[in-house]
Design a protein around this ligand. Structure first.
Ligand SMILES: Cc1cc2nc3c(=O)[nH]c(=O)nc-3n(C[C@H](O)[C@H](O)[C@H](O)COP(=O)(O)OP(=O)(O)OC[C@H]3O[C@@H](n4cnc5c(N)ncnc54)[C@H](O)[C@@H]3O)c2cc1C
Length: 61
């Protein structure tokens, strides 16, 4: 998060947090260490709220 230096946040998993944790951990580590992840997660950026670009989830569990 550019606004707060050194602050990283991976949250808001709803009912999928356990199963997504390994992949999210890998992506977060890649972003932290290399500045780029093998999977593009930019659509999940917190900035989507400010931009009004909400991502609709079609398969809610
Ligand atoms: C009944 C149930 C069944 C589930 N089953 C599955 C499943 O089968 N498979 C699956 O993949 N996922 C499942 N999930 C979802 C999974 O539990 C969550 O996605 C996951 O726990 C999210 O982890 P987290 O660390 O992001 O958040 P959390 O586990 O919610 O942890 C957040 C922590 O922050 C603390 N906190 C909050 N606010 C503050 C504050 N202001 N100051 C300090 N601490 C604070 C909370 O007390 C909590 O300990 C289930 C969830 C529920 C409720």
């Amino acid at each position: 998060m550019e606004e707060v230096e050194g602050f990283w946040c991976a949250c808001g998993f709803s009912g999928h947090g356990f199963m997504q944790a390994p992949a999210v951990g890998l992506v977060l580590a890649q972003l932290l260490l290399e500045g780029k992840a093998e999977v593009d997660v930019s659509t999940l950026s917190h900035r989507r709220f400010a931009r009004g670009e909400l991502v609709a989830e079609r398969n809610v569990i």
